[in-house]
Design a protein around this ligand. Structure first.
Ligand SMILES: O=C(O)c1ccccc1NCC(=O)[C@H](O)[C@H](O)COP(=O)(O)O
Length: 267
């Protein structure tokens, strides 16, 4: 895989997601998927766990299980989601994020099911939501939190996804990358807001994005700095900028000893 301009990638992802969701909905009606969501048990409190783990100068960690990405290609060949989940939990993570998108990230729904079953941590289903039906599906798979990427959808759909998440007792991480999207997240009433430091246009990472947007977030929102965090100095920078949680994938996924790397990043 090679890096491609963001608009092409997001448009491509949105197109295949709509097709994929149509096929899934044809196989399982809203009523059927809601029944499965209802028997999935209570969600683990995702935002609550972040609140509990965040301390002054030490953000809570959302540790990501990520095999590959559009910007980096294959990240980790030795890929065992339950083992990775356990290593993250032992290393001090507050929550997990599990990529389930297949075409762009080599993810799988089963990775979420397996990872969550291996630990007590709340889990984010990291995928591209383009239809409210996917919220019930995410809950049926065990997800405790969904991701709402504002760069990809309009406010009507974002509001519907958020309402569905709340109906199922789940949390929703609303992802922003610029001032306009932060304003939209605030208007939606999000209480868990992410700032993606990765440019959605070029895939370039600028950790200063968190500092630029953090003061625009409401005080009651828990701010998550996402992407491009590699070192304890990076953690300190985004923490100083106002992030109370960090979402980290690649830098931990590239380490042979994931538990030790997780500890070291948070030290
Ligand atoms: O990671 C990508 O290349 C990517 C491309 C297009 C849309 C989303 C993408 N990443 C999703 C993420 O938000 C990251 O996986 C997450 O923030 C962790 O980032 P990192 O620590 O840099 O792996």
């Amino acid at each position: 895989m090679t890096a491609a301009p963001r608009e092409d990638v997001l448009a491509k992802i949105a197109a295949y997601k709509r097709e994929d969701v149509a096929a899934r909905k044809a196989a399982q009606s809203q009523d059927q998927i809601e029944s499965l969501a209802m028997i999935a048990g209570m969600p683990r409190g995702f935002r609550h766990s972040l609140e509990k783990h965040a301390a002054p100068g030490r953000p809570a960690l959302i540790a990501e299980i990520k095999k590959a990405s559009p910007s980096k290609g294959l990240i980790r060949a030795d890929f065992n989601p339950p083992a990775l989940a356990k290593a993250y939990e032992a290393g001090g993570a507050a929550c997990l994020s599990v990529l389930t998108d297949g075409p762009s990230f080599q993810g799988d729904d089963d990775y979420l099911v397996q990872a969550r079953a291996a630990v007590a941590l709340p889990c984010l289903r990291k995928d591209f939501l383009v239809d409210p039906w996917q919220v019930a599906e995410s809950r049926a798979l065990g997800a405790d939190c969904i991701l709402i990427i504002l760069a990809m959808i309009d406010d009507v759909l974002a509001g519907e996804l958020l309402a569905e998440a709340r109906r199922f007792g789940m949390d929703a991480l609303i992802e922003t990358h610029d001032e306009l999207e932060m304003g939209r997240a605030v208007a939606l009433g999000g209480d868990l807001i992410g700032v993606n430091n990765r440019s959605l246009r070029t895939f370039e990472v600028d950790l200063g994005t968190t500092a630029r947007l953090s003061h625009l977030a409401p005080k009651n929102a828990l701010l998550v700095a996402e992407s491009g965090i590699f070192t304890p100095d990076d953690v300190a920078d985004v923490c100083m900028a106002g992030a109370r949680a960090i979402l980290v994938g690649e830098s931990l996924m590239r380490q042979p000893d994931v538990e030790a790397a997780t500890r070291a990043l948070l030290d």
